[in-house]
Design a protein around this ligand. Structure first.
Ligand SMILES: Nc1ncnc2c1ncn2[C@@H]1O[C@H](COP(=O)(O)OP(=O)(O)OP(=O)(O)O)[C@@H](O)[C@H]1O
Ligand SMILES: [Mg+2]
Length: 456
């Protein structure tokens, strides 16, 4: 049992610089808080074992001469794993915005940049203490249940004329068992449409099983989709159910379908034609009732013409095709999407932000959005984290003609160069990830891993 002190609010401060610890201790003690200090990640974990805290304020850099913040991020993850309701506020060096954003993604509640502003720091601490107290009363559980419920019916914002026919299609073909093939650039909402189609069908009480075929190596593709029996190959120690079987009675969403290797396309075709297949290593046929939704941002007709995708499989998949327009062709949706993401993200990060000012909105409306709605979502996320007041302003968006571009190449880190090249190439191919990957000499899955890594 950890001793807990109900009266006073206890704060743990961690930094490897004694002078910083002392300054913060004095500041916070003056406000009537009880303070413990720690000089290293190890000391933080020991203190957490000893006492109950309302807020933990940690620096992200410990080892000298490093600014990567990796030690701090690891510490944050460990604290979060120990007690996910504990409010952690991180301190970062001035200007290391990406680090602060990463920390928030890993569960930090807020961040302060060094050198800190006393008044702002105190506001953050007192807000977090208040939240921490109410959270422990179970509000968190409620919020999570709400989130889970939303998961079933995806929010699909589509008020622009360009999206009208798509809404009609979803309504019309959603309830049928027709195979639907969704195309559109990276980040246009193909995944959302797949979930919407499933949600409006009779199959919605059953599972929507997603397979990211783009992320599977050729070796595991077959057993992932069709399952295997014990002994089918060296690593097959037990029977395994594949995604097709999991989706029985429901919907199977084959994402990034263009990446299915030719050798597996024949097998997929047979399942689609007959509804039957065998687990790897078994001769017993299994018959299933699965509806197939597939998606890609490649031009499958072109892939088929080039002999990289089977034409007959394409015909099976695209009984109905839904093509999602890029965000730049549906600008009427931008303002609505912004308000929606703002609502979601301010709640998620527990920020008090009332809206966005005129100039910032204008920037958003004029941007070309090569990364489409996902990019817009990330821009708003960053803005919510960066906003100093309760309104989002242009500077918070980080949308000024990419700062990176103005710098000479030999001043950039390897990562920055990669990000720069990927952005440029995506813009050149109007967001078409397949073409961009090809131009950069990367496989599609390697390209996607990078998009994911840099959250582009
Ligand atoms: N119409 C929409 N309304 C609200 N949110 C949307 C809409 N479309 C997309 N989003 C959001 O934008 C993000 C990207 O959407 P999604 O993952 O479905 O895109 P995608 O086309 O599947 O991208 P990719 O080609 O990279 O797989 C998600 O966070 C999603 O929730
Ligand atoms: Mg997707």
């Amino acid at each position: 049992m950890r001793p807990s002190d109900r009266g006073a609010r206890r704060i743990l401060i961690a930094d490897d610089q004694a002078s910083v610890l002392e300054a913060l201790r004095l500041l916070l003690k003056g406000e009537g808080y009880q303070i413990e200090t720690a000089g290293s990640p190890g000391a933080v974990l020991r203190a957490l074992d000893q006492y109950e805290f309302n807020v933990v304020l940690i620096d992200l850099n410990y080892a000298r001469d490093t600014t990567s913040g990796q030690e701090g991020l690891d510490l944050l993850s460990r604290i979060h794993a120990m007690d996910s309701t504990l409010a952690v506020v991180v301190m970062t060096a001035w200007g290391s915005v990406d680090l602060a954003v990463e920390a928030m993604r890993r569960g930090a509640r807020d961040f302060v940049q060094k050198p800190w502003d006393n008044a702002r720091l105190l506001t953050i601490i007192s807000t977090q203490i208040e939240l921490n107290c109410s959270l422990r009363k179970g509000e968190r559980l409620e919020a999570e249940t709400r989130l889970l419920r939303d998961e079933k019916r995806p929010v699909l914002i589509a008020q622009s004329p360009a999206m009208k026919p798509i809404l009609q299609l979803i309504e019309r073909v959603g309830p049928s068992d027709a195979n639907v093939f969704i195309t559109g650039e990276h980040g246009t909402g193909k995944g959302v449409v797949a979930r919407a189609l499933h949600a409006v069908s009779d199959r919605s009480p059953r599972a929507l099983v997603t397979v990211n075929t783009g992320g599977l190596s050729e070796g595991v593709f077959e057993s992932e989709l069709f399952g295997h029996v014990k002994g089918a190959f060296t690593d097959a120690k037990t029977d395994r159910v594949g995604r097709f079987e999991m989706a029985d009675g429901g919907t199977l969403f084959l994402d990034e379908i263009a990446n299915v290797p030719l050798s597996q396309q024949a097998k997929l075709l047979r399942v689609l034609e007959t509804g039957e297949f065998e687990r790897v290593g078994s001769s017993k046929s299994i018959k299933l009732d699965v509806r197939i939704i597939s998606a890609t941002n490649a031009d499958l007709n072109r892939e088929a013409a080039a002999g990289r995708f089977r034409q007959d499989l394409l015909f099976r998949l695209n009984t109905i095709e839904i093509h999602l327009p890029p965000l730049r062709d549906r600008r009427e949706d931008i303002a609505v999407l912004v308000r929606y993401f703002l609502g979601q993200l301010t709640q998620h990060y527990r920020k008090n932000i009332g809206g966005i000012d005129e100039a910032a909105m204008q920037l958003l409306l004029n941007h070309t959005w090569p990364g489409n709605i996902r990019e817009l979502n990330h821009v708003i996320e960053r803005a919510v984290l960066m906003a100093q007041n309760n309104i989002i302003r242009s500077v918070d968006l980080g949308l000024q003609p990419a700062r990176i571009e103005a710098r000479p190449l030999d001043e950039m880190s390897l990562e920055e160069v990669e990000i720069y090249l990927i952005r440029k190439t995506l813009t050149r191919f109007e967001g078409n990830a397949s073409k961009a990957a090809e131009a950069l000499g990367l496989s599609r899955s390697a390209f996607y891993r990078r998009l994911d890594k840099y959250r582009l």
